[in-house]
Design a protein around this ligand. Sequence first.
Ligand code: C2G
Length: 131
Amino acid sequence: MKKVITYGTFDLLHWGHINLLRRAKLLGDYLIVCLSSDEFNAVKNKKAYHSYENRKLILESIRYVDEVIPEYNWNQKFTDVEEHNVDIFVMGDDWEGQFDFLKDYCEVIYLPRTEGISTSQIKQDLFKVNG
Ligand code: C2G
């Protein structure tokens, strides 16, 4: 069984996220999403609208996602890949090159981001409309 892992906040879930998850799942048989905790989002200077628990609930309902585990820090990727016997690490290409250090442990694939949508764009647009 070929296992794939990807990381992210996945706040205000949108079709760009779904495109990423769909393509990631197509690369193997089992997709793990390592979901940023609320505390780690603070480290990333992100404030998610939905709590970790609710973002986890939403992701677990997606047909492409087999398992959701928490992301607490930048440094857990090695152990995640080892402990979960991951074959492929996938991220959107806004992260191109950032995780190449994992290439000794698993395949590293950066997928093209979906243009025209982002969580921050949604927030900005809603703010403009509703003020
Ligand atoms: N993404 C995408 N297209 C978009 C928006 C997002 O392909 N229009 C991808 C991102 O490239 C990322 C994933 O969807 O691979 C999740 O995006 P975020 O929730 O913004 O993830 P991020 O905050 O970049 O967290 O340790 C890694 C970090 O946790 C990544």
